[in-house]
Design a protein around this ligand. Sequence first.
Ligand SMILES: [Zn+2]
Length: 467
Amino acid sequence: MQVILLGTGYPRPDPERAGPATAVVVGEKLFVVDAGRGVVMRLAATEFPLSALRAVFLTHLHSDHIVGLPDLFNTSWIFKRYTPLELYGPEGTRELAAALLDFFAVDIPVRRDLTEMHPGAGATINTHIVEEGVVYEDEDVRVTAFLVDHRPMGPAFGYRFDLLAPGEPLAPTAAVPSAPAGSVPGSGDEAPASSSALSAPPLAPGEPPMSQAEHAQPVIPSGARNLLLRSIVISGDTRPSQNLIKYAKGADLLIHEAYLPEHFDKVDSPEVAARLKAYHTSAEEVGQVAHEAGVKLLVLTHVVPGDSDEIFLERARKHFKGTIVVGRDPLLDAPAPQISLATVDGRQVALSDFRGRPVIVNFWASWCVPCRDEFPLLAAARARYAGDGLEILGVIHDDSSQSAAAFAATYTAQWPLLVDADDVAWNAYHGAFVPLSYFIDRAGVVRAVSYGPPPSASLDDYIAKIL
Ligand SMILES: [Zn+2]
């Protein structure tokens, strides 16, 4: 599974933070949890077509979580979702679905019967009223709803996604069997034995073997962020919830809302501030929730306010010693953040050195299993587009220079390998998971973002945007 934070904001409009929405991708299937403002625009910035949309799960019916739903419903139909929208949500969702059809009562018959002649099934909605328990399951993934506490709004749910697919390379995080509650990677309290569980996944035929140096190290350093997540929990909006902690036990990833109390104190009356604080989770509390649940990675979203990442981190860290990421929306059609870093062989390289050329900035690590699929694709693309001047900047994430260089040499990577020890570039590019690739045009503007190894066909599409 992989996750894309489509929108990390809240009701206040912010061009850098769309409304709450999270994509969970399982193979070619796209699931969206909540559909806040801008969800379709953010999806358009990913490699996933709207036709891949399999289901939408609503956590609750607050406006900021649903205002993007009309767009998602209608636009995904126009762009080839020709089956009913599978819509999951709490009591009230049936009325919402009926209202959506009313809202488009003039549009739908025209597009269906008079002009584009889109198949009518896509313009319908299958509504599923959610109760606690398993709400969706196919051969690859199970989705479980659980009650959270967002009173007086309610009922409100969080969702847990569990990967079922056999045969997928084992997620490194899942290679640590049943970590004791409260033990989190990087906290220093893991049993040393866990390092033996961090063995390399079996190599597929044709995969280059790892070097001795790589074998000597744990494949996954503490705090590793990997796309091959097997369990993902999304909180929706809630105050600190024991039920959420129960359902999030041992999950690879917890995506949780968070706020700073002083923000409500500043912008609201004392009475309103008190009511808002009573149904959300503060940055400090979210660290405690993640600690009690024993999750491996904590990502904050629905952050109120949106401009205080450092404070969120500092407070959440008081109780949770694992990796914490303050979620950010994808960057797109904006100037690429400047990068100036040393290479593994000691040269200084800046992104601005490549102005006038198309550039892929690729974040990766030697321990990252999907990076093994991506590297040969990138190498082939670089050769294919040599005449266009395409360059790749490989930014090493959460990995030693030696391991990274050995890995790159195995794949005969000829591009600069940059050391980002302090995560300066990673943070500037809103990194959450590797591999992550930004496609930057000759004028230095981000034109596409790829999460995970893109299929080679998409890679060409992306590169075409920056030539
Ligand atoms: Zn809410």
